[in-house]
Design a protein around this ligand. Sequence first.
Ligand code: FAD
Ligand code: DLZ
Ligand code: SF4
Length: 509
Amino acid sequence: MKLRLVLGDQLSPDISSLSDVDKGVDVIWMCEVRTEATYVKHHKKKIAFVFSAMRHFADDLRGQGHDVRYTTYDDPENAGSFLGEITRAIALTGADGVIVTAASEYRLTSRMETWDLGVPLEIRDDARFLCSTADFNAWASGRKQLRMEYFYREMRRKYGVLMQGDKPVGGQWNYDAENRKPPKQGLIVPATYTAVPDQITTDVMDLVAREFPDHFGDLAPFHFAVTRAQALDALDDFVAHRLPTFGDYQDAMVQGEPWMFHSHISFYINCGLLGALECITRAEHAYHTGDAPLNAVEGFIRQILGWREYIRGIYWLKMPDYKSANHLNATRALPSFYWDADTQMNCLRQCVTETKQNAYAHHIQRLMVLGNFALLAGIDPDAVNEWFLLVYADAYEWVELPNVTGMALFADGGVMSSKPYAASGAYINKMSDYCGSCRYKVTKKNGPDACPFNYLYWDFLTRNRDTLEGNPRMGLIYKSGARMSDEKHAAIADDSARFFKALDAGDKV
Ligand code: FAD
Ligand code: DLZ
Ligand code: SF4
């Protein structure tokens, strides 16, 4: 008799640990454990989501006739960790072996490899990703530079997605240039999918309120899908109502519209309720039936078939060193407004507030507002990573770390992106309506009323000149900086020094 351990982000009926499960003989073990719920102080909504989805998944498996043993967080017998639980499970069931799918994160898989259980432990590959770590490593080996675009094209060919023979449908691989429309006035954004919490979710919410009162974020209202059927409804809802416009407004931000035209399915793909390929197939089908244009469908598919797989490949290629990367030697503490949104910078106030409410922010909010500020202000990557890992319901280290360390902070020195995603207030003003109701003036470059992103942008370039000036993609910007007058440079330095002094003193900036 084998024990099959299923983790909270392995809620897929086709998970490799269950592929040959012997119904009526083997025991499937699932557990809510303190170590996982507290290795960072996850957003309350994230814990509620994972626990509720786990409990529903266990019920689904039971409905299919499996023997599932489930340890709830408040069970007095709960051993508090996976190792403790699996040791207890072996003693209880007399299992002669344990089978588990490798954890998605280095932290856990490396620990699992050291488990001494007294019975054989089989750790199986996670076959749910569309590019295995071995295939990614083979693709990466010998390349001087890793770029997502070339990886993505190979994935399109490999899976025959949006292909006409060996050519991309429409003649172009990438319609990114058509995915950058600023929001127009009066844009109507469809509501996101909302599920009504059932008794299981309500019980979990009570537990989270009781056990994790000091964790970040609002627990209610809670409307995430927590079953596979609901997650499929959420996917259908996206394809029907938001996919057609996804491409146009992929980079746009609108005050009071946290969800925009994005899919809001990362939570479900990452925990296993949805398969990556089925999301891609549904979007491609909408293109072929004429229900969504190519720029939208290609843009969406690129995120999943390209970015998601690429990010995961980079993670396993570069761990464990990736975790301590700090190419720009950034050391500033995380400002308190990342927790309480108490800042006069309206863009940051909106993005933190929505993160707190929803355990979600869309990509451009994460990258060009929250990440951009951390980059410009030189915030310690460890602190930024911890924040991003705990605030979002879709956050697991394999996907969070490369996005933060690589994409947002350039802390990996260019493994992920060829240049830092640094931007002044002009970008945020172009892609959002945040600046209109900000205390700062985005058109002002210097002085106490100027948008801090404007002078911090140039201060960032000056501070990191030695590291960045040689980057071929930064040459033009450094040349234009060199044309600025000495007075202008002095004003930038003064404004930045004043801003940082206030920030570091804990004043409201
Ligand atoms: P959509 O915009 O609708 O995109 C569709 C899907 O594509 C997503 O559901 C996701 O599965 C995938 N995808 C898109 N971009 C990326 C990307 N850069 N990396 C990996 N997958 C991607 N994503 C996470 O899943 N977890 C994280 O912890 C996370 N942290 C991030 C931190 C930063 C600083 C940045 C810049 C990005 C981060 N992302 C993370 C990527 C991206 O922002 C989210 O996947 C996306 O916002 C999820 O919302 P959505 O489902 O509405 O995505
Ligand atoms: C995110 C999470 C949380 C909060 N709690 C649990 C848990 O109690 N039990 C569990 O099996 N999984 C949980 N998870 C998801 C795990 O953290 C995730 O499976 C691993 O981090 C993958 O490396
Ligand atoms: Fe953000 Fe600057 Fe615009 Fe204010 S003016 S919202 S700080 S970009």
